[in-house]
Structure formats: structure tokens, C-alpha cells
Design a protein around this ligand. Sequence first.
Ligand SMILES: [Zn+2]
Ligand SMILES: [Zn+2]
Length: 249
Amino acid sequence: MTLTIILFGLVAAAAEIVGGSLVLMRKKWPRSIQEYLLSLGAGFILALVFLELVPESFHAVGGEAPLFMLLGYAVLHFFEHTIVGHLHFGEETHTDVMVSGVASFSTFAGLFIHAFFDGFAISAGMEFNFYLGLLIFFAVLLHKIPEGLTIASVMIAAERGRQTAFLASLAIGVATMLGILSVFVLSAVNGRVVGIAFAFSAGASTYVGASDLIPEINHSRNRVIPLLVFGGMLLFWAGTALLAPLAGH
Ligand SMILES: [Zn+2]
Ligand SMILES: [Zn+2]
């Protein structure tokens, strides 16, 4: 199982680096594609949170589940939007705020923590129930390319050069893997910790869907984008139907 989880983590990390490389190839990356991915990703992850992660968190840790869910939400809010001044998903277009070197570094730090918990959620999910972990993996994968694109374009906007931009997306990929591995350490402590990590991930995933991805969709001038959130929910439904034979719960 450990090896399987690591392999899924590597795929997610690779998607991150692909996203970063797209910026560096300087091909005109159509803004609409990144918006489609963010929108599908938002619908998918929110359906996953409400239909599976929240109820399963109660199975995992019982009445204390809400506390760990809130903690997951709060930790991401703290690292992404409290100590970090400027972070949003999708290509960085505000070169003015990136002039100060601090802005690009703090965005990097915020995304590093975010990506760590992407990996953490996949790993905790798969340890708890492989079927749920697979759904979390797909939810993360949908927004991983835009995420890699975000960090590389932040570095370019801050005029830090192409090599730094590539290394930054690589480092965010590494953060995803650190999240994957950290659950192995925690699960060695005791079994209940996996349940707590799972409930925490439910809260963190709520943050990713509702506070990272949805605001980007609301900014879009293209009215198809908000509609695609429902497409993401349908995609989740299709995914659960497809993976149903794996669901042992
Ligand atoms: Zn910006
Ligand atoms: Zn992410």
C-alpha cells in the first residue's frame, strides 16, 4: 500500500511540474483551459467533501470530527491568506504586487503549505480507505496543473528568472511528496492518528474548494466557468459510479 500511495503522490507532483513547465515554454497558454480545470476541480472537491469526507470523518473519529475539520480549514487559511498577503490560483497577472521580492517568497511559502496538505490528504485518505483516497487524488489532480502554473508565473512576474520559476514548481511538487510521507510517520504513531489526519484533510479540502478555487471562478468574465462547477460535481458522481467496486464501506 505504501508504494501505491507514493506512486499516486508522484503523479500529483509531476502534474505540478507540468503546470510550471507550461509557463516556461511560453506557449500562449489559453487562460480558458486553466479556468476550466479550476472550475471542474472546485465542483469535484466540494462534492467529495460533502458527500464523502465529512460523513466519513465522523466514522473515523466520532464526535470530535468537527473540531479537526475546522482545524484543517483554519490551518490553510492561516498559511495561505493570513500571513501571506497575495495568493490566488491561476496565472499571476499582477506584476505590480510582485515587484517586492517578499511577495513572491510569501506566495511560494503559502503554496508550499497548501501542496503539503494536498499530499497529506491523498495519503491520509488512502491509508483510511483506498477508494476515498483515490477520489481525493483525482480532486487534487484536477487543480495541480493550474497550481504549478501559479507558482511558476508568480516567479516570472517577480522577474526571478526561468530557472527559479522551474525550481519553484519542482519544490512545490516536493512539498506534495512530503505531505504523502508525513502520514506514514503519523500512522506509525497509532491508528487513531490516521482518522484525525483524515478529518483534518476534510477541512483542508473544504478550504481548497471554497476559498482557493471558487473565488477564482467568481472573478472570471466567462459565464461558462461558474457553470462548469456543476460539471465537476457530475464528474464526481461519475467517478464514484466508476470506482464503486472498490468502495468497501
Ligand atoms: Zn496576483
Ligand atoms: Zn493543491
